[in-house]
Write a protein that binds this ligand. Structure first.
Ligand code: ASP
Length: 442
C-alpha cells in the first residue's frame, strides 16, 4: 500500500504544526511520499510565505536587492528551524536563496523558493531524502505538463522508501523555474501519487473536507463524505477552494482516490473523491453548491441568427485574439450570451471587444451586464430526477431574486444560475436550505 500525502500551508505554518505532520506520517507506514506547501498563515492577518516572496521580487525590482519582505521570509524559516531543533544551516541557505532570486528575477522563481525551503527543512526533520522538483516536474514549450515528468519522477522515487518532493513548481522547456497557478502543490501531490502508483492520494489541509456550501454564507453547512471526480471538478472550478481544480487530472487517469483530511482533526473522516463507478451517493439530489462573483455577460440579439453560418465563430475569434476565455455560452434561437470573468476586460478591453463584435456580426442588440455572480448546484443525484430545476428556481423566487442566466450542462450534473452579485449570498442560502434543511418550515 502506498499513500502520497500533501500538506497545505497551514500544516507547515510553524514548528508545532510540522510536528503534527510528523505524527500523522508516523501513524501509517503506507504514507511514504510527502509534498508540502510553503508556510501559510499562523493567525488571521498573518502573511503567507508565498505572498512575501512575490513582494520580495517587487522589492528587488525597485531597489536592486532584497528588502523587508525577505526579512520576514527569513524570520519565518529561521523560526521553524529553531522550533524543530534542526542542524540545517538555514542562514547560508537563505543568503544563497536571496542571491538566486535577484539573479533569476522572475516571480515564478521567487515564489517557488517557499516550497523549496520548506521541502529541505521537512526532509531533514522527517529523515527523508529531498527530491528537487526542477529535476522531475517538467513543462513543455506550451506551458503544459510534459509527459517526461512521470518517468523522471518514477526514476527519482525508485528504491526510496520515503521522500519529500518540493511542491508547486517545476522547470520549463528553457530550463527556468515555472510554478503552477496558486495552490498548485495540490497538483504536484497528484502527479507524485500517479508516478508512485499510489493507492491513495491524501490531501491534508486545515478543514475536514468539502462542505456542501461556503461556511461564510451558511453557518455549519453539511459535510460531503464522498464526491466523484466530476463533481469535484465542477465544485472546485466554481470556487470551492479546498483543492486546486486541476489536481484531479493526474490521479483520475490512474483511478487513484483522493482523501481530503484535516491535519488538526485527523480523526475526522474528511471527503473521499472517487471515480463515478466507486462513488457512494449521499442520497440527496444535490451534493454541493459553489459559486463565484465578478462575471460580465455580453448579450447579443439578432433576427435569424440561427440561420447565419459562423456567427458565433466570428465572435469567438475576437475573444481568442484578446486571449479571453468564456465560462458559459447560453443561447436561444436569435440570442447568444457569453459569460466571462470580468478581470479579462480590464483596461479598456471591454470597449474594444464590443466595437469589434459590433463590426463583425452587426447584432440588433448588444448589451453588457456587469457584476453577475454564478452559482453552481452540483450533484449526480440530480440527473434523471424530475423537479430538481423547479425546486432550485422556486427557492430562488421565494427570496425575491431575479435569475439573469441559466445553464444546464448536458451531463445533468450541474445547473448554473447567474444572479446579480448583490443577490449572491441570499441565493446560495436559499438553494442550500431547499436541499439540505429538510425540516425547515415553508
Ligand atoms: N504556496 C503556493 C501558494 O500559496 C502554492 C501552494 O500552496 O500550493 O499558492
Amino acid at each position: 500500500m502506498i499513500k502520497v500525502c500533501k500538506f497545505g500551508g497551514t500544516s507547515m505554518a510553524d514548528g508545532t504544526n510540522i510536528r503534527r505532520v510528523k505524527a500523522i506520517l508516523a501513524a501509517d507506514p503506507a504514507r511514504r511520499y510527502v509534498v508540502a506547501s510553503a508556510p501559510g498563515k499562523r493567525y488571521s492577518g498573518d502573511q503567507k510565505v508565498t505572498d512575501l516572496l512575490y513582494e520580495t521580487l517587487d522589492e528587488v525590482r525597485e531597489g536592486g536587492h532584497v528588502g523587508e519582505a525577505y526579512a520576514k521570509v527569513c524570520e519565518r524559516f529561521r523560526g521553524i528551524v529553531r522550533e524543530l531543533d534542526l542542524s540545517l544551516d538555514i542562514d547560508s541557505l537563505l543568503e544563497e536563496t536571496a542571491r538566486a532570486i535577484c539573479r533569476e528575477g522572475t516571480y515564478d522563481f521567487a515564489a517557488s523558493r517557499g516550497e523549496y525551503l520548506i521541502g529541505r527543512i521537512l526532509a531533514q526533520f522527517l529523515g527523508m531524502p529531498f527530491i528537487e522538483a526542477r529535476d522531475v516536474v517538467k513543462f513543455d514549450a506550451c506551458g503544459k505538463l510534459d509527459a517526461r515528468t512521470y518517468p523522471l519522477l518514477q526514476a527519482a522515487l525508485k528504491g526510496k522508501k520515503n521522500a519529500v518532493v518540493a511542491g508547486f513548481y517545476g522547470e520549463d522547456a528553457e530550463g527556468n523555474v515555472k510554478t503552477f497557478s496558486r495552490g498548485g502543490s495540490d497538483v504536484t501531490g497528484a502527479i507524485v501519487a500517479r508516478a508512485a502508483g499510489a493507492d491513495l492520494y491524501e490531501n491534508w489541509t486545515d478543514v475536514s473536507g468539502f462542505l456542501a456550501c461556503d461556511p461564510r454564507i451558511v453557518a455549519g453547512p453539511a459535510g460531503i463524505r464522498s464526491l466523484s471526480y466530476k463533481e469535484l471538478r465542477e465544485l472546485s472550478y466554481m470556487g470551492a477552494n479546498v483543492l486546486h481544480s486541476e489536481a484531479i487530472f493526474p490521479v483520475r487517469e490512474a483511478g487513484i482516490p483522493i482523501q481530503i483530511k484535516n491535519t488538526f482533526r485527523p480523526q475526522d473522516e474528511g471527503t473521499r473523491i472517487l471515480p463515478i463507478t466507486k462513488y457512494v451517493p449521499s442520497g440527496r439530489p444535490v451534493t454541493g453548491i459553489a459559486g463565484k462573483k465578478n462575471f460580465t455577460v455580453i448579450y447579443l440579439e439578432k433576427s435569424l441568427m440561427n440561420a447565419e453560418l459562423g456567427f458565433a465563430l466570428r465572435i469567438l475569434e475576437i475573444f481568442r485574439r484578446y486571449g479571453i476565455s468564456f465560462e458559459h455560452m447560453p443561447s436561444g434561437i436569435d440570442t447568444l450570451s457569453f459569460v466571462i470573468d470580468s478581470a479579462s476586460f480590464a483596461n479598456g478591453v471591454l470597449e474594444r471587444v464590443l466595437a469589434e463584435i459590433g463590426e463583425a456580426v452587426s447584432p440588433d442588440k448588444l448589451e453588457v451586464f456587469d457584476d453577475v455572480a454564478l452559482i453552481a448546484v452540483v450533484g449526480h443525484g440530480m440527473s434523471r430526477q424530475v423537479g430538481i430545476a423547479a425546486r432550485i428556481f422556486q427557492a430562488i423566487a421565494r427570496v425575491g431574486v431575479n435569475v439573469r442566466m441559466i445553464d444546464e450542462g448536458s451531463s445533468e450534473l450541474n445547473i448554473i444560475v447567474g444572479v446579480d452579485s448583490k443577490d449572491y449570498e441570499c441565493t446560495v442560502r436559499a438553494v442550500y436550505e431547499e436541499f439540505f434543511c429538510d425540516d425547515l418550515p415553508r
